[in-house]
Design a protein around this ligand. Structure first.
Ligand code: N01
Length: 533
């Protein structure tokens, strides 16, 4: 097993003991490594199944991959990048940025790459997480999940698809060895990934069939390269880049009113999308096919200037009849038409509310996270903790997703909360902490009440924002600055906590006996901290 250079964990009988284990090194896990280091913590490790940092931006290398949030906002506030070449960065540039941040903050040696976490079990008698990975076993006091929502590709359950003899791959697992030049290609799906892939390959393939189940709303993409003068200003004019970032932030934030509070205010955006469609597609039949049948914002709003024109190309067909089956060399639509293809690109999204990752994490009562979510829906507290899973914190947990702006902003809010939580455990010598079920229930009742007014719940669409119970367990129903305020400080009163000294069995961590036992009574009375009541 290869150990990181500065690994400080103790090993007993092949099991490594460590204070905090972080799973995943995308924006969230990498940010956690940086913030924990800055907070003076050294006894932690990031387990990453890939061979590099970057998460979804490392994995999604499909042609045309780019961000639909402007770069100046889609970056860490503590690591602004004056080098962005354009307003909406492409995947290679974002991945390069993430790598440069890992280098700048010198946290690569806190990572164990190529380490796939297979299971994590909470042991109530030792009050430790027992974690099994492809690179050995760990025992940790605190487990942090930073696995992200868009990491497990969701494959369509289509009759015969496993028997297809040509090239077939998911958008997030692009096969760069498969040359699509001059080939007949089918793209299944018309979500955020597909609408970038279709224009990127539309001219090089001989024929392209795009299989659409639901037409998405698409807005113009105000993308352009930055000028030399702008670059100089980002670099040398103090505060200029921050000012741009702030401007983008508030422009984006203004969409929350329509998305989350009063969907009627989405009308101007829908009119803009309708105008975009009319301008770019002249053919009446095609126009009809690509006109969505739900309110804008209900599903993720997409932005593209070249998707519609690609659909209008002679070598491209938009198929809306639904897929009946896939044979060895063709896709058969429900009207019986057989379309022969050499390759299929599966752009059907991700397991968001039913991620396989949840199946391997077992809480206090032995139930897996998948079982808990399956029964009650994906519920948590402030996206950071889940009842029955002590000493575990989440980054990009339930109801922290967004439909309008940068996830990095939400991640940084969660990092504030995480660091304050870990410091609170240290400060008061807490050995075990678990969010109270009543606090979590109250929190979720409030969330669902707010979401009941949103376009995501009322816009007339089916989306991955909603789970199988019909609850929206993915999105934050308000302004992101509200989330920032709610997560500024760790609110101990929403948790049941036990001092290390009061735990039933003596716990030995890395050869050290954990610190002070008394959790001051006034904590429970500190109104300032009672944000969940
Ligand atoms: O996935 P999706 P994605 N048969 O779930 C269709 C982020 N992202 O990878 O709408 C046929 O959105 C499905 O149809 P329907 C962003 O948050 C960001 O595109 O369910 N079709 C849909 O059209 C985004 O929301 C960026 O009826 C099937 C598509 O496949 C998230 O990632 C870029 C099907 C899936 O769309 C996911 O985006 C890319 C089936 N059996 C991604 N199953 C940017 O920043 C599903 N579909 C630009």
């Amino acid at each position: 097993m290869s150990l990181p250079v500065t690994d400080t964990s103790a090993t007993t009988a092949g099991v490594r003991h460590i204070d905090t284990l972080i799973i995943g090194s995308g924006f969230a896990g990498l940010g956690a490594a940086i913030k924990l280091t800055q907070a003076g913590k050294t006894d932690f490790l990031v387990l990453e199944r890939g061979t590099d940092v970057g998460g979804t931006w490392r994995d999604n290398t499909y042609p045309g991959a780019a961000c639909d949030v402007p770069s100046h906002l889609y970056s860490y506030s503590f690591a602004l990048n004056p080098e962005w070449t354009r307003s909406f960065s492409t995947q290679p540039e974002i991945q390069k940025y993430i790598q440069s941040v890992a280098d700048k903050y010198k946290v690569r040696d806190k990572h164990l790459f190529g380490c796939d976490v297979q299971s994590a079990h909470w042991n109530e008698s030792t009050t430790r997480w027992e974690v099994t990975t492809t690179k050995g076993n760990f025992v940790a006091k605190v487990l942090v999940s930073a696995v992200g929502a868009l990491c497990e590709p969701s494959l369509p359950d289509i009759k015969g698809i496993e028997g297809f003899q040509g090239e077939i791959f998911h958008s997030a697992r692009w096969n760069h060895d498969a040359d699509l030049t001059g080939k007949r290609v089918a793209v299944i799906g018309t979500g955020a990934s597909a609408i970038q892939i279709v224009p990127a390959i539309g001219k090089k393939v001989s024929h392209l069939d795009v299989y659409q189940r639901t037409a998405p709303w698409i807005l113009p993409r105000a993308d352009r390269e930055y000028t030399k003068l702008e670059h100089a200003a980002f670099k040398y004019l103090p505060g200029f880049q921050k000012l741009c970032r702030t401007g983008i932030y508030w422009m984006r934030e203004s969409q929350v009113v329509g998305l989350a509070k009063a969907p009627v205010f989405m009308k101007p955006l829908q009119l803009a999308a309708e105008r975009h469609l009319r301008r770019q597609i002249k053919d009446k039949d095609l126009r009809k096919k690509v006109t969505p049948n739900f309110q804008i914002g209900c599903k993720r709003m997409l932005i593209s200037n070249n998707y519609y024109p690609t659909l209008a190309q002679d070598n491209v067909d938009l198929v809306t009849d639904g897929i009946a089956e896939v044979t060895a060399d063709s896709v058969v639509s429900k009207d019986g038409t057989v379309r022969e293809v050499d390759a299929i690109v599966v752009a059907t999204g991700f397991h968001v509310t039913d991620s396989p990752t949840f199946e391997g994490i077992f809480g206090k009562d032995g139930r897996s996270l998948a079982d808990v979510f399956d029964e009650g829906g994906q519920q948590g507290y402030k996206g950071a903790a889940i009842a029955n899973f002590p000493n575990m914190f989440f980054l990009v947990g339930p109801n922290t997703g967004l439909g309008h702006t940068s996830m990095v902003f939400m991640i940084e809010s969660q990092l504030n909360y995480l660091v304050d939580a870990l410091q609170t455990l240290d400060k008061y010598g807490i050995g075990k902490i678990e969010v109270r079920q009543d606090a979590q229930d109250r929190y979720n009742a409030e969330l669902q009440e707010k979401l009941s007014h949103s376009v995501w719940n009322n816009g007339g669409c089916a989306s991955w924002y909603l789970d199988k119970h019909g609850n929206n367990t993915t999105l934050w129903p308000g302004f992101t600055f509200q989330f920032r305020n709610e997560t500024k400080r760790f609110d101990l009163t929403a948790y049941d906590s036990v001092a290390t000294a009061d735990l039933p069995a003596p716990v030995h961590v890395n050869g050290k006996t954990p610190g002070p036992a008394a959790i001051p009574a006034q904590i429970a009375l500190d109104d300032d901290k009672v944000t969940a009541q």
